[in-house]
Design a protein around this ligand. Structure first.
Ligand code: NAP
Length: 246
């Protein structure tokens, strides 16, 4: 029976893991991808339904990305109906930009921006070759809209994701492949664990809805953008922030 699949990067933690749960709840077969293969497998094995897989892949490596996508598409044979890709893998290396090293700049841009390019290109090439339709959702950040102290590398990578998203939407709209982005605000995941409580409390005060978001808030937006409910939406960026940075 033809099936819909969702490839989710950064699936071993936080938002990516919640995205996997949301798609599995809807009966979609999930390919959970993370550089930490054990965490990806642990995500997949905890999902509702059958056929989910967890696998290790560093999204910053073109060789690994191409191999991973090729294996997934090959193993699914002719059974795929639609494809969703959610690019959630991301890292921070925060520091004031005057002190930021080239390594810190490259590490963040390699994962957040180049990784998004590599996975999107590999998946879209396979979709176009096989005549498959579907959607890409890229996880940007509200820091990519307004910048953020100590996040020159991160904010630049997340702004870049928006420009990339719009370009893919323009290039592949005629093939019925949509591409959108989400800008999360502050979301309760291991990524924010390194932010001092004092700073978290300050940010919380700036959120009109008065609370830090949950990974599920982002997962629901990803699911909406990937679904037929959003069939005429492409090249857009949705802020899921509780009003922070609007
Ligand atoms: P998280 O809990 O740290 O999850 C990110 C996952 O991506 C981790 O499992 C991480 O593995 C994985 N990853 C990192 N580098 C990778 C690579 N090269 N290849 C494959 N996987 C890799 O963070 P999160 O909060 O869920 O973040 C998900 C996305 O949302 C990120 O793009 C982030 O920038 C964005 N975002 C988050 C927030 C927030 O407040 N949490 C706000 C705005 C945007 P390791 O644990 O091994 O690094």
């Amino acid at each position: 029976m033809a099936t819909s699949i969702a490839l989710v990067t950064g699936a071993g933690s936080g938002i990516g893991r919640a995205v996997c749960r949301r798609f599995a709840q809807a009966g979609i077969q999930v390919m959970a991808i993370d550089r930490n293969g054990d965490e990806a497998k642990s995500t997949a094995s905890a999902l509702e339904g059958a056929g989910h897989q967890g696998m290790s892949c560093d999204v910053a490596s073109q060789t690994q990305v191409n191999e991973t996508v090729e294996n997934i598409i090959k193993s699914m044979g002719k059974d795929i109906r639609t494809v969703s890709l959610i690019n959630s893998a991301g890292i921070t290396r925060d520091k004031g930009f005057l002190k930021m090293t080239e390594e810190e700049w490259d590490a963040v841009n390699d994962v957040n921006l180049k990784g998004t390019f590599l996975t999107t290109q590999a998946v879209c090439r396979a979709m176009v070759t096989k005549g498959l339709t579907g959607s890409i959702v890229n996880i940007s950040s509200i820091s990519g809209k307004g910048g953020n102290m100590g996040q020159a590398n991160y904010a630049a990578s997340k702004s870049g994701v928006v420009g990339f998203t719009k370009t893919v939407a323009k290039e592949l709209g005629s093939k019925n492949i949509r591409c959108n982005a989400i800008m999360p605000g502050m979301i309760e995941t291991p990524m924010i664990a390194t932010i001092p409580d004092k700073v978290q409390a300050m940010v919380k005060q700036m959120i009109p809805m008065g609370e830090i978001g949950k990974p599920e808030d982002i997962a629901n937006a990803c699911f909406f953008l990937s679904s037929d409910q959003a069939r005429y939406i492409t090249g857009q960026t949705i802020e899921v922030t509780g009003g922070l940075g609007m």
